[in-house]
Design a protein around this ligand. Structure first.
Ligand code: FEO
Length: 136
């Protein structure tokens, strides 16, 4: 399942939007690779890249929330950590035995997580930041 970047996901923050769009592209690339039956090792490298990039993105967003004293920072951070834990768990299981986590469905899981997270959690942050701008 391909996820489609669109204006409904725009937060208005240039760097965050760029990172989100790059995550869309990385998830779609991962999903295409699954369909093409890429070697398990290459898929694991792509999953590791996604985990690293998501971690970097979460640090960017959490920094903005800390600066703004965002009231739901702890809950939002927990959502980020839950995703990273799940991806780490999947990677560790696949390291033991790739057949423990068949790749089918992983692209959908990641795509659903990202689109729901942006619409439910991220847009609320940037609405708050518009109403509570932080001095540079
Ligand atoms: Fe864009 Fe809260 O992750």
């Amino acid at each position: 399942m391909r996820i489609q970047w669109g204006e409904q996901f725009i937060t208005g923050h240039g760097l965050v939007d760029h990172q989100h769009e790059a995550l869309f592209a990385a998830i779609n690339e991962f999903d295409l690779a699954l369909e093409a039956g890429l070697a398990p090792q290459r898929m694991d490298e792509m999953l590791a890249f996604l985990e690293r990039y998501a971690r970097e993105h979460f640090v960017t967003e959490e920094f903005l929330m800390v600066r703004a004293d965002y009231p739901s920072l702890a809950l939002h951070k927990t959502e980020h950590e839950r995703l990273l834990l799940r991806v780490k768990f999947i990677r560790e299981l696949r390291d033991q035995d790739p057949s423990l986590v068949p790749p089918e469905g992983l692209g959908k899981f990641l795509g659903d997580w990202l689109t729901n997270h942006i619409l439910t959690w991220d847009l609320a942050v940037f609405e708050y930041l518009k109403e509570h701008p932080v001095e540079a």
